[in-house]
Design a protein around this ligand. Sequence first.
Ligand code: GLC
Length: 730
Amino acid sequence: MVLLCFCGLPNTLMGNEPAGELLYKDASVPVEKRVDDLISRMTVDEKIGQLSQYTLGLNNNINNIGEIIDDIPVGIGSLIYFESDPALRNRMQRRVMQGSRLGIPVIFGYDVIHGFRTVYPIPLGQACSWNPKLVEQACAVAAQEARMSGVDWTFSPMVDVTRDPRWGRVAEGYGEDAYTNGVFAAASVRGYQGDNLSDGNQVAACLKHFVGYGASEAGRDYVYTEISKQTLWDTYLKPFQMGVQAGAATIMSAFNTISGVPASANHYTMTDVLRQKWNFDGLVLSDWGAIGQLKNQGLASTLKEAACYALCAGLDMDMMSHAYDSSLKPLIEDGTITMKQIDEAVRRILRIKFRLGLFEQPYTPVASEEDRFLKSHSREVASRLAAQSMVLLKNDNYILPLSRMQKKIAVIGPMGKNAKDLMGAWCGHGKETDVEQLYDGLVTELSMRAELRYAQGCGMDGDERQGFVEAVELARWADVVILCLGERATWSGENASRASMSLPVIQEELAEELKKCGKPIVLILSNGRPLILNRLEQVADAILEIWQPGLMGASAMAGILSGRINPSGKLAITFPYSIGQIPVYYNQRKSGRSLQGMYQDMTSLPMYPFGYGLSYSHFKYSSLVASRSKIKRNEEVIVQVDVTNAGSVGGMETVHWFISDPYCSITRPIKELKYFDKQYIETGGTRKFCFHIIPKRDLGFVDGKGQLVLELGEYEVLVKDQRVVIELVE
Ligand code: GLC
């Protein structure tokens, strides 16, 4: 195999120490000059050391048990830190600062995905809150807990648009829509990074997985993705572009192959797009072992060849492949890669370390657990975000909120007394003992007005039915049944694809047995992906989707059932009617025959569509009004809708604004979400919701080369079943 990366002769193998003061140690010197000075002093070994990441501490990432490096070299660039206090980190950092020639601090990373110790709802649930400001607050708390515990860098937010919920990682992102993922990417970056990365309460963010990982074929993990350039730009790149525009410090390259070229060796995405089109000056880190996996994917025949492909494509740091630390020096010596390429990667790593203030403050101040974790503000944010992420999917005969006449409440089901699975996948250092169980949340909320009793009924799966008898007896006793069902945390996340999206049969059968008792059933679902709910929907009078809501989910759920909280969540991902419909999502492309081509054996409509969610309020929408019907490319138009709360309780409403471009040189989806806004509306009140349309941003789109396309003609602005037409004219 001929190496494809021949790029010229090495110019120097040894750092040539400039005379005079050590500029890189002077915090008053601009970062770029400190980087220049430091690079000029580094040897090739010291440079290569910066380009690798190992692990430190008890590695509890079940999908990636890398060997523990006992004798970590003092020149290592980064470590994934698995401990929850800074002690080990500071010991390792002291070894590096005192034992290395130039004293370049290590940057410590970790998967702080939805909280560090205060665990928030999974990101898919967070997206259903449609509250980016609240998500930003949650990320700021996660950053504070992480940085004070020895973590400088989180491998979050994950912004992989996902339309196949068989893929377990759907739980980790913000759903099926590119714009939605982009808005929450930017909110997360702001929350994690704040205004000053060297502040001891902020961490560097990491947009992942770059790019197209959510298109994994048939929902299986780590597999091939077939993505056209048009779809790459239209859908998968968009959230990363919005995250980069928000100032994300780093990006993680993905496991998947993108139409024949693996993401972690893809020069087009990591250099042409990231560096040349977007001017991204941050660091690109590989996913775990992704460089070594270039061999499995059939690109590289050796680790050395893989290292060459990755570095030449623009991948700066090697997570756990040992490709860079084993192969870069020989590649320089044989002239396959240049020191200039090495220096560019080192520059990006040093830049982040300077920006984080690690040279001035390499050690994490020691603080007690109560000073670091679970502060009242953190819990309050967790409770609000949990409540706003929950989606009321069904409420027949307004059975919810529960009537005060219901004095005997049966809480049944395996999720009723379950702490661990409420935290979901990637729950960081969340502790089961911190989690309020659903039953306890209901007792706290309702025990003053009703008697509550519990029966498990069945396990999460398996086929033990002896618990049905006790559960049925309890249901017969009760006025209302609260049935708590769901998924284990391990059924979502990495390497957790499922070919069936129904809950285990045992849970469905328990529900059907309870239905025979003739009592109203309120179904509570805790899961990490959309579910196929055909059987359960038929037995439930009400369905509340609580996702995996984190530490404070129980009180939020109980508050919704009691009526203390008015549910405001709306789906950020479609719930299919059948797994056979997949992929089924809101912004599908138009058909040549919109009234034909449907399934013969069942509906082609989903069970619950994108944007769906019920409230205890009753919101009425006025007609849409546009400030003008014709605009030029450099003009704006404001479209307004008035929303009135005609219900008996105040509540929050999210208005989703869509644009449809009916005729275009590159055909567009049926409609595309371009803006959303959430407001509280008191009973009888009316609020104005306005969408300030800027043609380039909201009417245009990018073609397969990433070029903006903005064509004259009519566009439809859509809100619910309302539409107004605006025309773009010369
Ligand atoms: C995993 C995941 C990635 C995570 C990394 C470090 O394989 O794909 O999301 O950040 O390894 O744990």
